[in-house]
Design a binder for this molecule. Structure first.
Ligand SMILES: C[S@@+](CC[C@H](N)C(=O)[O-])C[C@H]1O[C@@H](n2cnc3c(N)ncnc32)[C@H](O)[C@@H]1O
Length: 268
């Protein structure tokens, strides 16, 4: 097993303290950041294999303003323990959680299009989080909360069992080199973690534009106990209307690249 702490790109990106140390919460980092040094790190717990590379990097003035203005409204911390849906959203409503929302374009569109649902986004990339909360804040979106943290830790520590109506994993990092395949977030154990967090009848929606990852997703999900493929065994689904088509996907379509959607429903 590769020890991820030896990945020099990680330590080079975040500098000291070491990668194996638990970082401060995002709120503390924002409160302690000086004007000319505003590099944030996501929240995570030490683990040997990660599905992402931590890149702290310097934030732009716009992203910095976004954290100062909107983190208190949208942000929520891995270190705060169980997320109380009713308290945080002020209502009981169907809840959708998205892992790895990138810059957040499709998550924001969905939150705007379905105000009757609660949306929770999880992303480790600080500029993407800054971008999403800035746009959401400017538009006055009220049905969204965000973690800047490792999704595995958030699922384990913060999300109640049988509480989600849908969990979205769109275009996860493909880690296409064979030696890196173990970093792919979708593994049999992860499929079961997701199942536990979905309500019975809730849906795990995956999408990828990487054919080998689509094959692996189909293999892992078809073998996962407690799920039913909504398109029928070993069939991919058509893109549901609620998943906005991204610019990147449109370009891919013009170039003849494929996109595969998988919809698996929790049975028990
Ligand atoms: C290839 S990008 C796709 C982004 C977006 N879903 C889209 O379709 O444009 C994958 C994203 O997942 C995030 N990611 C990877 N592993 C993660 C984890 N364990 N927790 C939270 N985010 C993660 C990465 O930072 C990256 O932004």
């Amino acid at each position: 097993m590769t020890d991820f702490s030896n990945d020099s790109s990680v330590d080079a990106a975040v500098g000291k303290p070491s990668i194996m140390e638990v970082p401060a919460s995002v709120s503390e980092q924002v409160a302690n950041a000086s004007d000319d040094n505003f590099a944030l790190r996501p929240e995570y717990k030490p683990k040997s294999i990660r599905s992402y590379v931590i890149r702290a990097g310097r934030m732009t003035q716009g992203q910095k303003k976004a954290f100062l203005s909107y983190w208190p409204k949208y942000g929520t911390s891995l270190f705060d323990g169980q997320f109380n849906l009713i308290e945080r959203f002020g209502r009981e409503a169907p809840t959708v959680l998205e892992i790895g929302f990138g810059m957040g374009a499709s998550l924001l569109t969905m939150a705007e299009q379905e105000p009757e649902k609660n949306f929770i986004g999880i992303e480790v990339h600080p500029p993407g989080v800054g971008h999403l909360i800035n746009e959401a804040g400017a538009k006055g979106v009220d049905n969204l909360k965000v973690y800047m943290a490792d999704a595995i830790d958030v699922l384990d520590d913060c999300i109640a069992d049988a509480s989600l109506d849908r969990l979205q994993l769109y275009f996860p990092d493909p880690w296409h080199k064979k030696k890196h395949n173990k970093r792919r977030i979708l593994q049999p154990e992860f499929a079961q973690t997701v199942r536990k967090k979905l309500k019975v009848g809730g849906v795990f929606h995956l999408a990828t534009d990487w054919e080998h990852y689509a094959d692996q997703m189909m293999e892992v999900m078809s073998a996962a106990p407690g799920y039913e493929n909504k398109a029928g065994e070993f069939h991919y689904s058509a893109r549901p209307d609620y998943r906005p088509i991204t610019k990147f996907e449109m370009r891919g379509e013009r170039l003849g690249h494929g996109v595969w959607d998988l919809l698996f429903e929790r049975q028990d």
